[in-house]
Each structure stands twice: as structure tokens, then as C-alpha cells.
Design a protein around this ligand. Structure first.
Ligand code: GDP
Length: 468
């Protein structure tokens, strides 16, 4: 693949960055890429045994500041020749002790000796620009770093290995074969009808292009929840057990991260892993109709959260009669997916809860005791099946899952292919048919990054962290 994009003035520069996260740790890595990489290493590195630098061979020694011969750290250094490196340029990695000071000092000396500070994602961007990976694989690197569940990770790894790239390639081959025939027809206008066999071409178009495009778009829809996750809002009047529910869900599953710590008046967000789906769960502790002034802001925020959530858990206290407040709250929910959580069932064993279900016939009922950790598996099952329709027989590690950007282009390619089918059906002149073929091909080129514009590329690569 030939790269068509260039990041202007930085072309040819040697870049460097700290590649490991900040903070004390076992090993910290400084990464350098570009034509000067090896020369910089030679200037700063004093190997224990002087011998020529061999590509991909880790060497022990000391890193020094040549200005004053001061020792910076005890390190292992490796040079990776452009032919087999992450960026397709000469790369040097220096492994030192992961002390913020050491890393900063080494980086400063590296920058003084001919490197410029790398931008976020620039190493991977170079791997893409130099043609080692396509854009879908570069995007997979970010996704791999940010994956929140095992399933999300599988999707990223499969994409990094080229699953999407390969499928797009196969569809492109189908279009290119059609284009080849049409080009011959354009060159021999008198015989175009004999050259183009519309029936056969339509068959091939459906088989090799239109139906695989449709499948990829369907996979995108199916995989979306694993990749992007869902948001769930917990609602209910005070004391029905919202916070208890959140806590017991967090205990049940490993919480992924705690994002915003808050008081009970505030909105609390936590991340859960429910059957592979990253779930952002939001406890709107303060929500109620007759709010005190201090709660106003909290309530407004809660309403916004509810409206944009993928799913609402409406919690009621099954040990108490339903109140007007419960009904008012339920009436205010205009979300498509709502689960009615009948909590505190431990307080009323054997009680007939049918009247509670009947009160809110549109909501899916689940009985739990947040306090006794009962019914949580059933609740998770209900959450999963509400948001994931047909994902059961779906293997994220073996399916390409297009993201939003890919899907937009796939939809464009599908529309163009359908136009193409019409053009063939109507026996339009080959030069008009060729326009549709090219349009479909252009959409596919966008996905793998052959024709992607600079601003789209920037958007993708700025999502990376420094040093990647
Ligand atoms: P919130 O205001 O809706 O967040 O309600 P909390 O989670 O703070 O719970 C209010 C009270 O109900 C607390 O005293 C909880 O211990 C209690 N509670 C919550 N869930 C249960 C439950 O399933 N069973 C019982 N017996 N008590 C519960």
C-alpha cells in the first residue's frame, strides 16, 4: 500500500517520547524513531562491552549526558532497523528505571541530541503512513489500549490482525473485477453489449459486494455495544435502595474504574462489566419530584442522564405500597428500555408482587434484594438481553466489527453498489456504470486510509497517548 498523506514539516524528523505511564515502576521506556535514532543512541549510550550495534539485540550499559559525561541511569538499549520496526523507521528503545526524574532527564538529553518530542499517536501514525498497517489497524491500537472488557479487547486484537482490512480487501477485489470488464467495454464501444454480461455481473455484484457489505454493517450494529458500551441509569424515590443496588452490582462484578466520586446528592458513575458489555452505571440518588433547592441541580442533571441513557433501572421498594411519587417518576421516564427492579424482597418473602408489575406493564420486572445480594444474576441477564438482541451466537474474536467511521463509509459503499446494480440493470452506458463503481471503491479506500483526509487522520491519532 502506498501512503498518500504526509504530515508536512515533521516528515523526516526523528521523534522521541516516554512510552510508559508516569509514576514509579519496574521499567520505564523511552522510544525514539527516525533517521537519527541510531546516532542518538551511539552518542548517549556506553555499553558495558563495546561491540557494533546489532538490530533487535538488547544491550546492557549506562546512559550518560555527553555534555558533562554525567551518568543518567543504568539501562538496556535496543536498536530496531527500519525493515523490522514498529514505525518502519529506525527505532531505538531505552529501558531505564521508571522514575519520573530519570525518564525526564533521558528524554531531555535525547531531545537535545537531534530528536523532537513526538505527538500523541505519532509512532503509530508513522507505521500507518509508511504502509506497515492500514488505518483500521491503527485504530485497533487505540481500541486495544482503551478496551474495558475481554470482548472489547478481542474485537481490537482481531482488527489489529487485519480482519477488517482483509474483508474490505475482498470486497474491493469484487468491485475491481467488475471495473476491469467495464473498462474493456469503454475501450471497445462497439462491442460493449457483448463484453458486459449484465446478468453475470449483477450476480457477482450481489455475491461479492452487496451482501458482504450488508453483513459487515450488521456486524457493526451487533458489536457496537461491546465496543462502545452502554449507559444505565438507576432511578427511584429516596430509600428504595438505589445506592445499595449499585454497591451490590459493584461487588458482584469487578468494577472497571471509579470515575467520579460523589456525595449521595450528586450523581455517581461507575463502570461494570456485564457479560462483556462495558456498562456505565449512573446512580441518580437525589432525584424526586418535590425537591429541596439544594437538590435542584442534581435533579436536572439526573433528568438529562435518564434521557440519554440506553437503559433505565426503575427501583421500587416491594415492602412498601407504591406511592404517588413512584407513579410520577415512572410517568416521567420516556426511555425505550426500562427494567422495573422490585427491591427489598427479603423483607417480604412470599408476598404477591403481581400488583407492582401490573402497575407498570411496560417495564420488564425483576425481583431482587440488594441487601442480601439476591436476584442480581437475573438482573444482569435482563440488562444484557434488553440491549443485545442477537449477540448470543456471536464471537467477537472472529468477526470484524466496523466502528462508526467505518460504518458510515460502508453505508456509502452499499448505496453506491446499489446504484451500480441499477445502472447495470438498465443497461446504462459503461462510462456511467464506471462512475458508480469508482464511488463504491472510494468509500472503501476511506476505511483503510488510502484516501482519508488529513483532518480525519488527526482526529484518529490524537486519541492516542504519548509514546504510542
Ligand atoms: P437510595 O436512597 O435509593 O439510594 O437507598 P439506599 O440504598 O440508601 O437504601 C435505603 C435503605 O434501605 C438502607 O437502610 C438500606 O440498607 C436499605 N435497603 C436497601 N436495599 C435493601 C434490601 O434489598 N433489603 C433490605 N432489607 N434493605 C435494603
Amino acid at each position: 500500500m502506498t501512503a498518500v498523506h504526509h504530515s508536512h514539516d515533521r516528515d523526516g524528523a526523528t521523534i522521541a517520547a516516554i512510552a510508559t505511564p508516569p509514576g514509579p515502576g519496574g521499567i520505564g521506556i523511552i522510544r525514539i524513531s527516525g533517521p537519527e535514532a541510531k546516532a542518538i543512541l551511539t552518542r548517549l549510550f556506553r555499553p558495558l562491552k563495546a561491540r557494533p550495534t546489532v538490530s533487535h539485540q538488547l544491550t546492557y550499559g549506562w546512559l550518560i549526558d555527553p555534555a558533562n559525561e554525567r551518568t543518567l541511569d543504568e539501562v538496556m538499549a535496543v536498536f530496531m532497523a527500519a525493515s523490522h520496526s514498529y514505525t518502519c523507521e529506525d527505532v531505538v528503545e531505552i529501558q531505564c528505571h521508571s522514575s519520573y526524574l530519570v525518564l525526564q532527564e533521558i528524554l531531555a538529553v535525547v531531545l537535545k541530541h537531534g530528536a523532537v518530542l513526538a505527538e500523541p499517536g505519532e509512532f503509530t501514525k508513522r507505521a500507518f503512513l509508511n504502509g506497515r498497517i492500514d488505518l483500521t489497524q491503527a485504530e485497533a491500537v487505540v481500541e486495544l489500549l482503551q478496551a474495558k472488557t475481554g470482548e472489547g479487547l478481542q474485537i481490537a486484537l482481531s482488527q489489529l490482525q487485519g480482519s477488517l482490512h482483509d474483508q474490505i480487501g475482498t470486497i474491493r477485489d469484487g468491485l475491481v473485477a467488475i471495473r476491469a470488464v467495464i473498462e474493456v467495454a469503454i475501450d471497445f464501444p462497439d462491442e460493449d453489449l457483448e463484453i458486459i454480461n449484465p446478468k453475470e455481473m449483477l450476480n457477482n455484484l450481489h455475491l461479492n459486494v452487496i451482501s458482504p457489505l450488508g453483513e459487515l454493517i450488521a456486524d457493526a450494529e451487533r458489536g457496537k455495544i461491546f465496543r462502545e458500551g452502554i449507559s444505565v441509569v438507576i432511578m427511584g424515590r429516596p430509600n428504595v435502595g438505589k445506592s445499595s443496588l449499585l454497591n451490590s452490582l459493584l461487588q458482584e462484578d469487578r468494577a472497571i474504574v471509579t470515575e467520579i466520586p460523589g456525595t449521595t446528592r450528586d450523581i455517581i458513575e461507575e463502570y461494570l462489566n456485564i457479560k462483556g458489555i462495558p456498562v456505565r452505571i449512573i446512580d441518580t440518588a437525589g432525584i424526586r419530584e418535590n425537591a429541596e433547592a439544594v437538590e435542584e441541580i442534581g435533579i436536572k442533571k439526573a433528568r438529562q442522564k435518564q434521557e440519554s441513557a440506553d437503559l433505565v433501572l426503575m427501583v421500587v421498594d416491594s415492602a412498601m405500597e407504591l406511592s404517588e411519587e413512584d407513579h410520577a417518576l415512572a410517568a416521567s421516564i420516556n426511555n425505550q428500555h426500562v427494567i422495573l427492579v422490585l427491591n427489598k424482597t427479603d423483607l417480604v418473602p412470599g408476598k404477591d408482587l403481581q400488583p407492582y408489575r401490573d402497575a407498570f406493564p411496560k417495564f420488564t420486572p425483576v425481583e431482587i434484594s440488594a441487601k442480601e445480594h439476591q436476584g442480581l444474576a437475573g438482573l444482569e441477564e435482563a440488562i444484557f438481553s434488553k440491549v443485545s438482541d442477537s449477540s448470543d451466537h456471536w464471537d467477537p474474536g472472529h468477526t470484524a466489527v466496523p466502528n462508526v467511521r467505518h460504518t458510515n463509509s460502508l453505508v456509502g459503499a452499499l448505496a453506491a453498489s446499489r446504484q451500480l446494480a441499477e445502472a447495470l440493470q438498465e443497461n446504462l452506458p459503461p462510462d456511467l456504470v464506471a462512475i458508480e463503481v469508482q464511488s463504491a471503491l472510494d468509500h472503501l479506500s476511506d476505511i483503510i486510509g488510502e484516501t482519508t483526509t488529513e483532518d480525519v487522520l488527526d482526529m484518529i491519532f490524537t486519541r492516542f497517548c504519548l509514546g504510542k
